[in-house]
Write a protein that binds this ligand. Structure first.
Ligand SMILES: [Zn+2]
Length: 560
């Protein structure tokens, strides 16, 4: 347990602090350069390590202090066994002076440093001054340091470290050999964590280690700290729930699930997810942080590592801006959950509006076609036989065939022109999500009894199928039409459209299938026979052409 005090407990991060360069996680470039210099016995009098916190700057400084003093340096590595190595490892070693500029402005330390700097080391080869967060030294301390950096005695080595190199004066930088430390990769962090859990016998799944690594954002110290905290709660088994609770973050799967739901415009599910987020007790401002970070990582992977994106990059960029705006809005609210819910629903509603605007625009173009083909539609209405009982049949092919066989432009237009009526029910607590499903679909072809709706994703088709009855009810309630709906994907729709045009061009008629419960019924694909009693061949040819134009627009039909 974390009882405090290192006598009882030693932090994992200290306990597993690497004693050799080889043992270090990440920083390959820095390590290789330093080791090569040590092997060639090229020792600088001033080093400057810069980079984010927790990535190993102080650790490398300590290994370096050993290495330059080691009696049995091997391949650039300190032996950790000779008297000098042991002396450095001993906390009371007077020749290694650590100054933390962050905890005071360093004036006294630097003054003392100046007074003692000319004294030869008491036991080591080199006196070593490690100054952490050197950018925080006061101007006076800096000036004093500069003087000594200009002409340091032979037996002195400075190792300066900073997280903010831009705050270090140029005059200091120019006197140092500079090394830039980078964030430690998730992979390197996980590998280090694995070693630690093995030795400490901590039971934790690898995917949680992954989450710990990601949450630590390249800082191994933070990663080990987090592991420490988690294992102090329950060493027997670290669960993802515990991780989320302690860390105050959601795991990546949950974030991904949330975004999928958001992009698929599934309002019912998004509200459920927000509910589960709320149960974790994590602040929604923090959750948005994570969502933005996740999307940003996706983009970086896409642009730099050419990884595939789940959604178009423009969409992701726009979402980042939207989530950022939401975060700003809810930050000062006392009810972040409710505000988050409302903002997310609003965004989804906007999306639906865009869709219905597109439909409206679409119908304007098609209006012309209808006027041109009015007579034609009357004719086809006259030919067709009544449809019976499509509802309970699952044979979608037959349903689609029948909708095509009796397709009516006016019907589709009526629905499209009135689709905005559904908007009024978006926030209805009972049917709001059904309305959203309708608005999210693309209205394709309609007959008096049937309507084909297509969706971008197969998952949305599945959802719609589950709620088919409820969807049809809304058409009846809001638009006052009794219609059977068939759901397909946009991709399937493209194929159907091609097929339709092909048939029309080759004079193959969609024949209405009356009894679709009869399994032996086939979808007729035969050429028109001469027995057709009502219209002549010529008329049919004309009819086919006009119907195609009517349904899909002139350009599509006349292609090829
Ligand atoms: Zn040694």
């Amino acid at each position: 347990m974390l009882i405090g005090g290192e006598i009882l407990y030693q932090a994992l991060y200290r306990k597993y602090r690497p004693k050799t360069f080889e043992d270090l996680a990440g920083q390959q470039y820095v390590i290789t350069t330093l080791k090569n210099a040590l092997k060639a016995k090229k020792i600088s009098h001033a080093y400057l390590f810069s980079g984010p916190r927790g990535v190993g700057k102080t650790t490398v400084a300590k290994i370096l202090a050993k290495a330059i003093n080691c009696e049995n340096l091997e391949n650039g590595e300190p032996c950790n066994e000779c008297s000098n190595c042991l002396e450095v490892l001993n906390k009371k070693c007077v020749d290694i002076v650590e100054i933390d500029a962050a905890s005071n402005n360093g004036v006294d330390e630097i003054r003392e440093l100046k007074n003692k700097i000319n004294l030869v080391p008491s036991s080591l080869k080199y006196k070593c001054y490690i100054i952490d967060e050197v950018h925080m030294l006061s101007i006076g301390a800096f000036n004093a340091l500069l003087k000594t950096l200009e002409e340091p005695p032979e037996h002195v080595v400075f190792i300066l470290a900073t997280t903010e190199i831009h705050k270090v004066p140029e005059t200091v930088l120019s006197r140092c050999q500079c090394y830039n430390f980078t964030k430690i990769s998730v992979e390197d962090t996980v590998n280090r964590l694995k070693k630690v859990i093995q030795q400490e016998k901590i039971n934790v799944d690898e995917f949680i280690l992954d989450e710990i690594a990601k949450a630590s954002d390249g800082s191994l110290r933070d990663a080990l700290g987090l592991l420490d905290q988690l294992s102090s709660f329950n060493k027997e088994k670290i669960t993802i729930d515990l991780f989320e609770k302690i860390r105050g973050v959601l795991n990546t799967d949950k974030i991904k699930d949330f975004l999928d739901t958001f992009y698929n415009n599934e309002r019912e599910k998004i509200l459920q997810l927000i509910q589960t987020f709320d149960k974790t007790g994590i602040d929604f401002v923090k959750i948005i942080d994570q969502i933005i970070q996740y999307l940003r990582d996706e983009l970086i992977d896409f642009y730099l590592n050419h990884k595939q994106l789940d959604y178009p990059d423009e969409k992701i960029i726009r979402s980042i801006q939207q989530f950022d705006a939401i975060q700003n809005k809810i930050k000062h609210s006392n009810n972040t959950k409710i505000m988050f819910e409302i903002e997310i629903l609003n965004l989804m509603k906007e999306k639906s509006k865009i869709i219905s605007r597109e439909i409206k625009y679409d119908s304007k173009i098609e209006n012309k076609d209808v006027l041109e083909n009015q007579t034609d539609n009357k004719k086809s209405e006259f030919i067709e036989k009544p449809i019976e009982n499509i509802i309970d049949d699952n044979k979608i092919d037959v349903k689609i065939n029948n909708i095509f066989a009796r397709a009516k432009k006016e019907k589709l237009l009526y629905i499209k022109n009135n689709i905005e009526k559904f908007n009024d029910f978006i926030f209805d607590t009972e049917v709001g999500y059904i309305i959203c499903m309708i608005l999210d679909g693309n209205l394709r072809v309609a007959s008096d009894e049937g309507l084909i709706i297509s969706y971008e994703y197969a998952s949305m088709v599945e959802k719609a199928l589950e709620k088919q009855k409820l969807i049809e009810e809304q058409f009846s309630k809001i638009l006052d039409i009794d219609i059977n709906v068939v759901f397909i994907t946009d991709e399937q729709w493209e194929k159907l459209k091609e097929d339709f045009i092909f048939k029309k061009k080759n004079k193959i008629k969609y024949q209405y299938i009356e009894n679709i419960e009869n399994n032996e019924q086939k979808i007729p694909d035969q050429k028109l026979d001469n027995n057709d009693k009502i219209i002549s061949n010529e008329e049919q040819k004309e009819d086919a052409y006009k119907t195609a134009i009517d349904l899909f627009g002139k350009n599509v039909v006349e292609m090829e």
